[in-house]
Design a protein around this ligand. Sequence first.
Ligand SMILES: [Zn+2]
Length: 482
Amino acid sequence: MKYGIIMGMSQKTVIERVDVQGAHIYLGMADDGSPMYSNDGNRVMQWLCDAWRFRFNANRSNRYIINKNKEKKPLSEHPDTRTVKTMRVECPWIAAVPTYVIQSPDRIENTQWFAAIARRKTNITHHRKAGRMPSFLSRKHDDHTFACWYNNGQNALFQQVNRNHGIVTIKGQNPKDYRDHGTRFTIRIHIRVSQPIRPYTGIRVNWTKRTLVFTNTPLPIKREQTGMAVGVDVGVAHAAAQSNGMFLDLPKTKLAKIDREIRRRQRAMARKANLSGKTRRQYVRDGVSQRYARERAKVADLYAKKHRIITDCYQKYTTGLVRDFEIVCVEALQTANMTRKATPKPDPNTPGHYLSNGQSRKRGLNRSMRNNALGMLRSMLEYKTKLEDTCTLVQVNPAYTSQTCFQCKHIDPRNRESQAAFQCVNCGHEDNADTNAALNILEAGLQHLASTDGAWHGISVQDMLNTLRGQHATLPCEPQHA
Ligand SMILES: [Zn+2]
């Protein structure tokens, strides 16, 4: 899923045909210098895709990449910094492209760039191939696509025709000097729909695959200054815990059901491989049976489904965080710690064998799940706070945040006897373990901000710190329940 990160709640439909009503559209200059006009649906769609990619690549040409020697290098030697307005004058082939189409690459390029970088980081921490650096869109290798903002009904309007069919209209007009074949035009994209279309913020057309997606990009987030800060701890018992005592939980029953089905189908696959009398690897290499291939595709579907459910939860959650808080503090991911494994202990009695070194599988699994969740949370918060300049993300050193008592700052692994409960061996302070960690993260984040710049959008960070301490000094030391 290439655009998965920004399109949490989208609806996909199939394009049946496209026609143009009103004026013939001015598509630019032909090689011989004469203006080209068309009202052919296919040609117009191709033209929109080409124009969109052109603007997308112009935006991308301003990016910098870090090369192998850790040097910052511009992605392009000739970055294109032109605005849409100048571009329309200088490039005749985009002169007639509707504004809500030609403006959309500006934001999409940004989110896609950061999403790609975050994905590469995740891959590297998981020892997978990092994948390509995000680069330019290619006419030859990439699907031909474009987007159009709905912008409260300004364009890309959907109209249901009957139970299974609808039309999306994109309106535009020809530039002043090219109105010989009319001024205003309407591009009508006929689509097949199977469900009612929910409110949407834009559409995205993939002309190569003939699909149209109604997107529900949760951005930009409408927010007002709240003057509030929050610390977030990612846990195993709860998906996330906030310093104010609130929790995020994933739909566990739903996910467990999917897991059970995945395991069932995997067993079926193993059985089929076994029956062939070959090893699994050989069986896969020599070509699998149709039944096996079907199970394999279904398993991939189920994993994707699980991923969609989890991302959707986190999308909604992080949007809420950015909307409600000015400062969001999370743990920084410590790659060095994470990848370090306990050193193998050779068994002195049997050479070539190893003794248990205390690295239990369960613990490793929990940790990798936690790191996945933290990575997802952080990458979403990173790009959402980047798009919202009144909200900032602070990443703090996670060392001892779960073992430190928020009340007296005593650090002791025994403080956390169980996964869920925290009880300080020094002062007796009791709290939910995740909430206690979130409070420590918040305090560390605020202290970091106070040391760099004392005020955040007119709010004194020191005041916030004092309030945080004050509130909790007066709180009775009782366990808090969600
Ligand atoms: Zn204490």
